[in-house]
Design a protein around this ligand. Sequence first.
Ligand code: SF4
Ligand code: SF4
Length: 332
Amino acid sequence: MITVSSLLDAHWYERYKTISKLNIRSSIYDVTNRCNLRCKGCFFFSSGEHQVADEENDLAQWHQFIDREMARGVNLAILIGGEPTLCLDRVEAFYKKLPTFCATNGLIKVPRDRFPDLMVGISLWGDSADETVLRGKDTFKISSANYQGDPNAYYLYTITPKQLGKTEAIIAKIRDVGLKVHMQLLSNDEGVDGFSWQPDELVAVREEMDAMLDRYPETVISCKYYHEVITSGTMLGRRFGWMECPSVTEPLDRRQPQPKRLIGFIRWSSNLRAMHRCCTSETRDCATCKDGAAHMSWVMVNKRAHIKTAKDLQNWIEVYEMFAKLYRFIPW
Ligand code: SF4
Ligand code: SF4
């Protein structure tokens, strides 16, 4: 019988043991329905998720809700929105109680005296020209000034087809401000002309992502198997999509047969009662989904399928390590 230990040498087995202990149970929370930007292609606004429910404005309700979430086993809160930094009291309610990650556009600085080690992921959609087209503003100028050298912040760089050949300049800029970067791909939920991926562009972007990881290993948090899976939409001969997705809200998940999935995962709306379908757009056609977290989770929940060859299992370990680094369960 093929076992984990039969496939790994001592070095890889040690890495495997470290991540095996983690047992991460995440859920995602819309902190607010508001944002100080309106990006074209924002999954939240384009799918009408901001209109699903009114925000809960009573901070005491947030505290009670977080206690209930912890009681059902959540040990990683991923805060999104809207823009969470518009509601720092709600962010603080999570931060005080459990490991918390805050996605932000970086325009408002999370005050470090109040949130010394809150993990912050700053969204970036390209160079200043693309950012101006898609987001109406060159956010890097502001976010990099806010977070320069911050050991608990990194960029979440959404690569668009227009960024082909230009990613190195962005990654070098991020290195130069003393931050790290994780790469993901735009899903173009609002069909902006020229921003939907063509098959040849996906091949090219995979090569470019690989090259960036080789050239900037101290700056880029990634691994080549993640690049392969997210650009090809396939894993071990299986195609990503609705019937494979691990990031569907558990109480709403009626799929048969049930795929391997994130245990207990819920994406909560900001009224703390309504749930969204999944970790991203309520209305996205799953066949076009390029969501980075869903793809990496897809790999992670399918460990058994990777216990086949040493290379397959090492690939799985690298994706799990990448996830654990992004949420600070293991050091960078
Ligand atoms: S900053 Fe984020 S939440 Fe706000 S509009 Fe842009 S993508 Fe949407
Ligand atoms: S849109 Fe993406 S993350 Fe959401 S259910 Fe479909 S495949 Fe999963």
